[in-house]
Design a protein around this ligand. Structure first.
Ligand SMILES: Cc1ncc(COP(=O)(O)O)c(C=O)c1O
Length: 452
């Protein structure tokens, strides 16, 4: 089949239209556009539909119902954006239809995973020979790294989990920050561990683990702490926790879904001092590296722990190449997402990446100061890109009404959160798209909602 020029010309036009609307279109789709999605509810067609018609339908019906989380005016969750270079690389990679499982099935994918791995460990100051797997998100990053951690602990106990299973396995302890992101608990649940096995440690007013409250650790313990609290953006004291863990022979895992990248910032890298002393890390690429979904990395100081946990052997699976990509991830067949990671890193360079991160953090800090001027209290220390806020009069019901008005207006979007037992709101700046003008529009929307 020859290349369908018309189809891709059409898609270029559709993508351009979307891009042109990013700065001004409502960040939440109009109700009518969401209702129109019901047009998709048709019976499974019997006959073929021309590809161009399919894509037109997607653009015309699906396009208007997109949430502009990519926009510089979207401050909800921690969603990142997408750099044009990584959208383009993703598009080309999809055209290639590469499967990043074996070297032979994706030479370029295998090579660029290796290159990205090397660049990332150097950039973050992690041990040179760390193992790295390219997974779908930080949830799977935690699952991957924690599975390797558990494998290593059992191995040290002389226990083979793959043979004996969980029922007869030695007891393993999980010491976890009380304010850890919920997906780490989910990862442990997927691994077969319940909350009764988890020892939660109290946190301070920034959501940081209180080291004096940590129980005694031992060589059968995994400690989970974080680089970038989901609300405050704060960083646990890695040096202290790792020193205690090392003495006891315990394993430390760091959830650095977004904050893990702070080491590339020249002005804020000190916040993650000691992060390199941990044993494993999970970091999203679809957040602060601004590559398309779905993309994250799981990193493990002990490369062999990854390989022993995840290597899949079958008579037909080739074992060529310097590094077999599937030895580091739970999946066999896999999108070649490492290519987009390489493209973003190559495009930005270390300094450019650091500047992008600093720009987001500066925007968050400046915005927090503006919020204070118009009647808000900032509830966290704004150390990176996260701002938690409430009204000075502490009327959380009014805050909800004001922020819902902003959300409905579509000029900007801030998400609700629970912080210090209160229902408040949160801002996250994690896209390269956010400009000063976007902040002005967002502030204007809040001011208007306050007076309304
Ligand atoms: C700190 C933290 N950990 C883990 C996750 C889960 O990441 P993902 O949604 O990519 O699986 C998130 C997502 O917001 C996060 O902020």
């Amino acid at each position: 089949m020859s290349f369908d020029v018309e189809l891709f010309k059409y898609i270029c036009g559709a993508a351009e239209e979307f891009e042109n609307g990013l700065a001004t279109n409502p960040v939440v789709p109009p109700k009518k556009a969401i209702e129109n999605l019901n047009i998709f509810d048709e019976a499974m067609p019997t006959e073929k539909t021309p590809a161009l018609d399919v894509v037109k339908m997607l653009h015309e019906i699906g396009g208007p119902a997109t949430t502009l989380s990519r926009s510089g005016r979207f401050f909800g969750f921690v969603v990142g954006g997408t750099l044009p270079v990584s959208v383009a690389s993703s598009w080309l990679t999809s055209t290639w239809d590469q499967n990043a499982t074996l070297t032979m099935l994706g030479y370029t994918a295998a090579k660029l995973e290796q290159v990205s791995r090397k660049w990332i460990v150097q950039m973050l100051g992690l041990p040179e020979d760390c193992g790295m797997g390219f997974v779908t998100g930080a949830t799977m990053g935690a699952f991957t790294a924690l599975s390797a951690a558990r494998h290593k602990i059992y191995k040290n106990c002389g226990y083979d989990l793959k043979k004996g299973g969980l029922k007869k396995a030695p007891k393993i302890r999980f010491v976890i920050s009380e304010d850890i992101h919920a997906t780490n608990i989910s990862a442990l649940n997927y691994m077969g561990h319940g909350s009764d096995e988890m020892e939660f440690v109290a946190v301070n007013d920034q959501g940081l683990i209180i080291i004096d409250k940590m129980p005694a650790l031992d060589a059968q313990t995994i400690v989970i702490i974080q680089a970038g609290n989901i609300n405050s953006g704060a960083f646990d004291d890695f040096s202290k926790v790792c020193a205690i863990a090392k003495k006891a022979g315990a394993w430390v895992h760091v959830d650095g879904a977004f904050g893990g990248w702070i080491k590339v910032s020249k002005t804020r890298k000190h916040l993650a001092q000691g992060m390199e002393l941990a044993d494993s890390w999970s970091i999203d690429c679809h957040k602060w590296l601004n590559v398309p979904y779905d993309s994250a990395i799981a990193i493990c100081r002990d490369r062999n722990a990854f390989m022993e946990t995840f290597t899949i052997s079958a008579s037909y699976l080739l074992t060529d190449g310097e590094r077999i990509p599937n030895n580091f991830t739970p999946e066999l067949s896999r999108r070649a997402r490492g290519i987009d990671v390489w493209a973003a890193l190559k495009h930005l360079g270390k300094d450019g990446f650091g500047q992008m991160i600093d720009q987001c953090c500066d925007h968050a800090l400046n915005f927090s100061k503006e919020l204070e001027k118009i009647g808000f209290t900032i509830m966290n220390d704004v150390v990176i890109n996260q701002v938690v806020f409430c009204l000075k009069d502490n009327d959380d019901q009014r805050l909800k009404r004001v922020m819902e008005r902003v959300q409905e207006g579509g000029e900007a979007w801030f998400g609700p959160t629970k912080w210090q037992n209160r229902n408040v709101f949160r801002m996250s700046v994690s896209s390269h798209e956010t400009t000063k003008q976007d902040l002005e529009v967002a502030l204007g929307a809040i001011k208007k909602a306050l007076t309304d």
